[in-house]
Design a protein around this ligand. Structure first.
Ligand code: F6R
Length: 304
């Protein structure tokens, strides 16, 4: 499947209705790396009823026990760190679940939701995230419909995103993405999409934290014209004020990224998809295959 066609599957992925049966629990741990790990990060900003720990490591936190809902997310099912985390969680007696298209994780005999194979993991963000959201948040059918509709709109018209990619490409600039709660993890998702799709280094951070560090180099760094600054618009007036004042006192212009949708669910997936299209177009302008992750695969083989 062409990468652009992979992107177009997101509007259907958000309708993926699978969920885990869970009973009482005291915390949630979600383990995964890269394009799979982002599922836990996105979920953790939508849910705050119980503690959520997002693990991107071989090891798991000490607090994991039989009251932990432990969800391993790996598209391939063969990611070394995630498999190691699953073994550790099983030893601790946690309630272990998996979301995968197959691989070793799919054969471990744990409670598993199988998702379709044949996509890049990062293009399966809906399949990877929905089972977690369905289990713990249960979005309304209206929210799902809204998300699917605005994702389809973006598939049909992504000229705004193409123009941003054109500006980045024209100056061969390094993307800097600034988010704010509840989209901090989506700023990071964009960074990783720039990395894997367009093969450019990128940097992400978020308000208001960046007002306590980045704000100095935003005013005083060298090579400032080599960066392309973007900031997600926010519904929070306090954050909007910070964005304005930061631009003013540092003499920096941020490209404002609008967020469509009413529910947090729809807004989150919309913003994810905006990043998908900017990074896809940048890859295209560079003449680069957005699907190519050969260096990552090579590294995995060499350390196996
Ligand atoms: C994203 C991508 C990588 C993988 C990561 C983990 O499209 O290719 O970031 O997601 O290497 O692999 P999986 O997702 O198979 O656990």
């Amino acid at each position: 499947m062409e990468f652009r066609d992979e992107l177009k599957t997101l509007k259907d992925q958000v309708k993926f209705g699978e969920f885990f049966k869970v009973d009482s629990f005291s915390n949630i741990v979600i383990a995964g790396m890269g394009g799979s790990g982002i599922a836990g990060r996105i979920f953790s900003e939508m849910y705050s009823d119980k503690p959520v720990f997002v693990s991107d490591d071989y090891s798991i936190p000490n607090f994991v026990d039989e009251n932990t809902e432990f969800i391993a997310v790996s598209y391939s099912g063969n990611t070394e760190e995630t498999l190691s985390a699953v073994e550790a969680a099983m030893k601790k007696g946690a309630k272990v679940h998996a979301i995968t298209s197959g691989g070793k994780l799919g054969e471990m005999g744990i409670d598993t939701i199988k998702i379709p194979s044949g996509l890049q993991p990062r293009s399966a963000v809906g399949y990877l995230t929905m089972p977690i959201i369905n289990t713990f948040i249960k979005p309304s059918p209206d929210d799902v419909d809204e998300a699917s509709r605005i994702l389809a709109d973006l598939d049909a018209n992504n000229t705004v995103q193409e123009n941003i990619a054109t500006e980045i490409f024209a100056g061969r600039r390094i993307p800097v993405i600034y988010g704010a709660s509840p989209f901090r993890s989506i700023a990071y998702r964009w960074k990783t999409q720039f990395n894997e799709n367009a093969k450019v280094l990128a940097y992400s951070s978020y308000f208001s934290e960046l007002n306590h560090n980045d704000t100095m180099p935003l005013r005083d760094t060298y090579r400032k014209d080599e960066f392309y600054f973007m900031a997600f618009d926010s519904e929070d007036e306090r954050i909007r004020k910070r964005i304005e004042v930061t631009q003013k006192i540092t003499g920096t212009q941020f490209k404002k990224i609008d967020v469509r949708g009413t529910s947090l669910f729809a807004r989150s997936f919309y913003l994810i998809h905006v990043g998908d299209y900017i990074t896809y177009h940048l890859a295209r302008l560079r003449g680069i295959d957005p699907q190519d992750v050969s260096a990552i695969e090579d590294l995995k083989k060499r350390i196996a």
